[in-house]
Design a protein around this ligand. Sequence first.
Ligand SMILES: NC(=O)c1ccc[n+]([C@@H]2O[C@H](COP(=O)([O-])OP(=O)(O)OC[C@H]3O[C@@H](n4cnc5c(N)ncnc54)[C@H](O)[C@@H]3O)[C@@H](O)[C@H]2O)c1
Length: 347
Amino acid sequence: MSKKIGVGIIGSGAIAQQVHIPGYQKLPNVEVLAVADINPAAAETAATQFKIPHQFTDYEDLLKMPEIQAVSVCTPNYAHKDATIAAAKAGKHILCEKPIALNAREGREMVQVCRANGVKLQIGYCQRFSGNATALKRFIDQGALGEVYYARAQALRRRGIPGWGVFTQKDKQGGGPLIDIGVHILDLTIHLMGHPKPVSVSGMSTARFGTREGVLGLMGQWDPKVFTVEDFAVGLVKFANGAALVLESSFCANIEKDVMNTQLLGTEGGATLSPPTLFREEAGALTVSQITTVQQVQSHHAEIAAFIEAIVNDTEPLVTGEQGLTVARIIDAIYESQETGREVRLA
Ligand SMILES: NC(=O)c1ccc[n+]([C@@H]2O[C@H](COP(=O)([O-])OP(=O)(O)OC[C@H]3O[C@@H](n4cnc5c(N)ncnc54)[C@H](O)[C@@H]3O)[C@@H](O)[C@H]2O)c1
């Protein structure tokens, strides 16, 4: 048997072709052996373009291949759970795209089945691997901010309702900008804060543009009649250590420009992610320090390399299933708070 780690790709659409397959193929100790997609044309395109020897329309067939040790789940959100659980039961390690699933109930089941079957589950929160994020995290771990007690996380688009895929359909996607782009900055911010335990969430979500005709679309044209998600959401999360986080996300909002950023306030310093900057009081003066990262990192490829490293070294992935589940519990709670008008306590 080859010493290389055999990998299979479940769902061979955009993210699989742009990121996962090329990311694996850059690694000398990995071989992408198969793709599976319910759309045979998508499987064919990926297999041909990337010279992948096997293609299937049913991922169960891919999972029967003993030479495959790990899979990427790159299906839309509604299929993350079943594909991940099937892969875990077949004994494969899993890199599942973000968000973990449609909701926390599904995510919890995935985490449990992966643990029960002794396979690794990494969630695709690739922004943690960016050069800026890893550099800022090193400063935080060295105490540059002291105790972080507040964060403002923003994933805001001015006119960015996706005009393709299932991004505007609640039943297939689980939600709007909150579950699509808000999850990235939420996960990264909690990571930078050192993974405090969330205890309560209140939030608001609303659709003000997506169901209207004639709104400008800078990311293609969606169908306003098939728009069942929010286009703006905000949440306030409180943590067991007394810290708080505000998360804002939009597909469409009357703002100056798109924002993907987080701002952290600590007892010894503050920081922003983008651009990576520290704000401190030093030597009797107020200082602003720009962090310049020397190495350019392609965060998606770094995430894939880290997943393979976790398999080779038998270590926990940087982004665990449990952490992906924490993000899902917060997202669910923001939607629940909108429905009930109340703060949601997290057990
Ligand atoms: N990490 C990131 O930055 C990032 C960026 C984009 C998308 N994503 C995530 O990647 C996932 C896929 O997004 P995409 O843009 O590639 O979508 P896509 O629609 O381009 O591709 C999804 C593919 O999955 C296939 N599929 C659907 N159900 C399937 C099933 N049961 N079995 C096998 N294949 C199935 C579809 O036919 C399609 O080819 C989503 O969960 C999305 O949130 C992550």
